[in-house]
Each structure stands twice: as structure tokens, then as C-alpha cells.
Design a protein around this ligand. Structure first.
Ligand SMILES: O=C[C@H](O)[C@H](O)COP(=O)(O)O
Length: 168
């Protein structure tokens, strides 16, 4: 049976330490039939954007409804996930194995996946990214209650800036 999946609008980004993987992964994603668009927020060969700047840009595109998910790469994948998670409404994870990548979508509804170019080989990164595209969060699942708890906590304890509390 053919499973219909809405094509994803993606963001890719890296600092200098993740640029090689990011460029390869971006090409893979652009070639995927599961992908509608890929926005590259850098770094490119001329820029050396620090990871927080890249992660904030990616998270803000998702928070603004201009993209569905982001795949970010730095040396470890840690800083990208920390920084992207600071954008209101964004759940970002670092994951380097198939179970965690799958759970990041199905269980955590994470919009951002971060890889470490210094942690895993390129072949594994490409294979994990390809699998990541096939996963979709199921809003009717039992996981949704926990995602709502995270959202509610954020709204209660982290007052929104006037410009960033738009409904999503
Ligand atoms: O988590 C951070 C990343 O691994 C980044 O690529 C390296 O950060 P640094 O420039 O602070 O060493």
C-alpha cells in the first residue's frame, strides 16, 4: 500500500565544523521525493557563522511557519540542539542512531535534528537523514499529551517576546 506523505520543507545549516556533511546532506535532501524545499542558512564557503547564529536562524524559520524541520550539523551536534531549543516552540535533539532519530519524530515531535560531523561517519549521517525523512509525528498518539505538556510549560514559565508569540 502506498503511504501518502506530505512533502517536507526543510532547513539545513552548519558551522564551519559541520559544513562538509551539511553540504552533502543538503544535496541528498534536495534529491529526495519526500522533500519540497531546502533552505540553506549557512555556513557556506565564505561565511563562518557560529553555531548559535545558525541554529537560531533555522529555529526561527520553523517557528515562523516557513519550514517544517531542520537538519543541523556542528562538530558534536550538541551546541546546535541546545541553541535551536531556545527558540520558542522548537524541540531540537542530537541523535546518532536509528532508534533515537525515529523517536525524535514519533515520540518527541522534534522539528530539529542535529548531527556531529566529528561523531559519526558520513555514510551513517546520510542513512539517518534518509530515514528521518520517512518519519511523521502522529498527533493522535499518546506522545501528543507529553508534547503538549512541554508546550504548556514553556508558555507558562517563559513569557513570549512580543514578536515571537504568534500562534502556530
Ligand atoms: O557544540 C558545538 C559544536 O560542536 C561546534 O561545532 C564546536 O563548538 P566550538 O566552536 O565552541 O568548539
Amino acid at each position: 500500500m502506498r503511504v501518502h506523505r506530505k512533502k517536507l520543507r526543510l532547513v539545513v545549516g552548519s558551522d564551519a565544523a559541520g559544513r562538509e556533511y551539511k553540504n552533502t546532506l543538503a544535496a541528498d535532501l534536495r534529491a529526495s521525493p519526500l522533500v519540497a524545499t531546502v533552505i540553506d542558512v549557512g555556513s557556506d564557503d565564505r561565511t563562518r557563522r557560529p553555531y548559535p547564529e545558525v541554529a537560531f536562524a533555522a529555529g526561527q524559520l520553523i517557528a515562523a511557519g516557513q519550514a517544517d524541520r531542520a537538519l543541523l550539523v556542528c562538530h558534536t551536534g550538541l551546541g546546535m540542539a541546545i541553541a535551536a531549543s531556545k527558540v520558542r516552540g522548537i524541540r531540537a535533539v542530537t541523535a546518532h542512531d536509528p532508534l533515537s532519530v525515529r523517536a525524535s519524530v514519533l515520540s518527541n515531535n522534534a522539528q530539529v535534528l542535529a548531527f556531529g560531523q566529528g561523531v559519526i561517519g558520513l555514510d551513517l549521517a546520510r542513512s539517518l537523514a534518509a530515514a528521518w525523512l520517512t518519519h511523521r509525528f502522529e498527533p493522535a498518539s499518546s506522545a501528543a499529551v507529553k508534547i503538549e505538556a512541554i508546550r504548556a510549560f514553556e508558555h507558562q514559565h517563559s513569557p513570549a517576546a512580543a514578536t515571537s508569540d504568534q500562534p502556530r
